[in-house]
Design a protein around this ligand. Sequence first.
Ligand SMILES: NCCCC[C@H](N)C(=O)NCC(=O)O
Length: 442
Amino acid sequence: MHTATLPRPTPAWRWAALVLASLAMFGNYYAYDALNPVVDLLREQQGLDYREVGMLSTAYNIAALLVLLTGGWVIDRFGARRAIVAFAAVCVLAAAVTAAAPNFPTLLSGRFLLGLGAEPLIVAVTVVLARWFKGKELSFAFGLNLSISRLGSAATDWSPSFAAPLYSNWHDPLWLATGVMSAGLGAAVLYFALERRAEGRFDLGAAGETDRLDLRGLYRFSPSYWYIVALCVVFYSTVFPFRSFAIDYFQQAHGLSREAAGMLSSLLPVAAIVATPLFGLWVDRVGRRSLFMAIGSLAMLPLFLVVTYLPPGPAVPLPFSEVELPLTLFLAVLVFGGVFSLIPAVMWPAVAYIVEERRLGSAYALMTFCQQIGWAIVPLAVGTLNEHFLAGPENPAGYAPGMWFYTALSALGLVFAWKLWQAERGPGGHGLEYPGGARPPA
Ligand SMILES: NCCCC[C@H](N)C(=O)NCC(=O)O
């Protein structure tokens, strides 16, 4: 039967597809973040230094850059549902190689493999969500998908509490991550079966253009687009590397237990789970997108210096846990969580107002490509700074140069957001400051 004569999928089918695809993403984010709570163990038991820890992050980005360069070929050639299963399987393999690694080079190859699987898995999931939800709650579906992914990040941060016995060595928490990613693979297989059953019953639309990188069209994007890309690069080059080192930093520089440091770090994704969709709804009503990005960047600016230089303050009990956290750190990470909700909720959809629809895939692919470059460099730089300044529990001041580096990146982010705001308030603006993305008639 011709697909145009078939009905669109019913809500039950659409939400089942969303839940299964998002569970694969949960596993993906869990596997990526699983390294964060074992940084101290990797240093103590495996003899890694901070620069090598940074290299583990960079290996992921280099692989992701290579995959993004080859574009959505696999997704186009084999279809998104097969691609989801294949990339999830690569993530399981990557997690297992990392968990079993006997030495640093194998650890590096595990993280490289993860980059090969995890980033195209994100693209493939985006493609399937667009097919199921096109014209129906697409932004909301993307928001929920991101929230479930972030729950994966938060679950990794909580694992020193709920899986405390595993943390006697660094391998076992990573085997747990392999198990979680295997469950994600299971969800991917179920998604595959679901889509196969839906074929012939529903019109799932034509497979859309995947996020292909078209380097020839770069010069045709407007300055506003490039300000958003620049903000994206510095923003994620600050947030993701900060998260990679955060648990170890809170342990070493502030004397927190692994459980408390994990709980503190989890406030970042947890705040984002709740607040990202709300900010998305709010901005859709009021507009002011570039102003909000500037406000988010401004709020982020002092945070790294606050955690470095301000007194920790009284210990406050964290609700629903046995953990107590120093008030200053608690508030700083909570504000950071707010920024981590606000900027992504506004920034990614803003591109759709600036770039015409037929070039949107290319625009997002280019933005992700640039994001990976910045995110590849910063963990190496911070790791090198930590090593150079002999950061450690005996010398907490050694972490300060890394914190100044994050602050400098945040300042750059503020400059780009401010430039965007200027551009959008002028005659060449794209309507980012207006609710529906359109300037009201004069
Ligand atoms: N561990 C998560 C990596 C996600 C990378 C992805 N390219 C991305 O930027 N996603 C958007 C986000 O805000 O998570």
